[in-house]
Design a protein around this ligand. Structure first.
Ligand code: UDP
Ligand code: MG
Length: 314
């Protein structure tokens, strides 16, 4: 029996790159005759011509399926929406903007045939990304890795091939605040790395800005580890200890004849410091409570407007 492979593409306003992407995916699938391919697009509430274009392509090419979400839910949710609709032997997640070269897929397939469950692509160089984006990204990985015992793969995106068992595992993770990259690490299974040079976007504009990236970074840390809560407690203990010693010193000082001096400034400094620590700790606790709140609402992760299943596969 021929094995089936689903290529999962989350797409939000990707009209300019879609024809190019389709061309490259299609020529790849044509050369890999051993497998039955499905191109599963998740239209994440695009407001350009992405959906009509997908429908058009789907009429001509029976390998194309699409899930049309009811609005824009963000890439993390778009991915789980796609994963829920995958029933193939393996799946490759790829960005629509061709920053992940589809030409790596044959290498991934070979390693998958060798028995690896999760073949992920690590970028060695990033073209077309600013110095600031590169350094902040490096810093984020460092902080995340320090704060958790699960190994986090550095410099990897969502571009990877996943075996059936990984797909089934991912389907079970129904958290609302999603940090999918962390889930790939969390599920485990046999992993294999391949490296590539990340290309700049082929066309269109990035949907990420630093605010979104900052949010994703916070989500990544908070959804993955409770270490910040611990840090807040440890810091609290330290500050109280120092304050306690200082009070002792103030009490003992007059016994040795040193007059107690007035000191607005030191008082103010201590108060501001403690106040700052308290606000920070409250903020940290708030982050987790917010997440508990969101999870307890038990809303569906996404809503589907329309699902078109390709006809090629049985
Ligand atoms: N994307 C999505 N929903 C969004 C934002 C992005 O499905 O709300 C998709 C987008 O179409 C692309 C992938 O996620 O296929 C990566 O987005 P982008 O290239 O903008 O991010 P970057 O590569 O700059 O991190
Ligand atoms: Mg991109």
């Amino acid at each position: 029996m021929t094995k089936s492979i689903t290529v999962l593409i989350p797409a939000y306003n990707e009209e300019p790159v879609l024809p190019k992407l389709y061309e490259r995916l299609s020529s790849l699938a044509n050369s890999e005759t051993k497998y039955k391919f499905e191109f599963l697009f998740v239209n994440d509430g695009s407001n350009d011509g992405t959906l009509p274009l997908l429908k058009e392509l789907a009429i001509e090419d029976h390998r194309i399926s699409y899930v049309n979400l009811s609005r824009n839910f963000g890439k993390e949710i778009a991915m789980i929406a796609g994963i829920d609709h995958v029933d193939s032997d393996a799946m490759v997640i790829i960005d629509a903007d061709l920053q992940d070269p589809p030409e790596l897929i044959p290498d991934m397939l070979n390693l998958w045939e060798d028995g690896y469950d999760d073949v992920y692509a690590r970028r060695t160089k990033r073209l077309g990304e600013s110095w600031f984006k590169r350094t902040t990204s490096a810093l984020f990985y460092k902080v995340l890795q320090r704060s958790t015992s699960i190994p986090i793969q550095r410099d990897t995106g969502d571009f990877r091939l996943l075996d059936r068992r990984c797909i089934d595992a991912l389907k079970q993770i129904r958290e609302r605040e999603r940090y999918t990259k962390g889930f790939f690490s969390w599920i485990g299974y046999k992993k294999k790395e391949i490296t590539y040079v990340r290309d700049p976007r082929a066309a269109g504009v990035t949907k990420w800005n630093y605010f979104k990236l900052f949010n994703l970074a916070i989500d990544g840390i908070v959804s993955f580890t409770t270490a910040p809560l611990r840090i807040a407690s440890v810091f609290g203990i330290l500050v109280s200890f120092v304050a306690f010693i200082y009070i002792l010193y103030l009490l003992i000082r007059p016994l040795f004849g040193v007059p107690t001096g007035g000191g607005y400034s030191s008082l103010l400094a201590v108060m501001l410091f403690i106040g700052g620590v308290q606000l920070l700790s409250l903020g940290v606790i708030g982050e987790y409570i917010g997440r508990i709140f969101n999870e307890t609402k038990q809303r569906p992760l996404y809503l589907v407007e329309e699902y078109h299943k390709n006809k090629a596969k049985k």
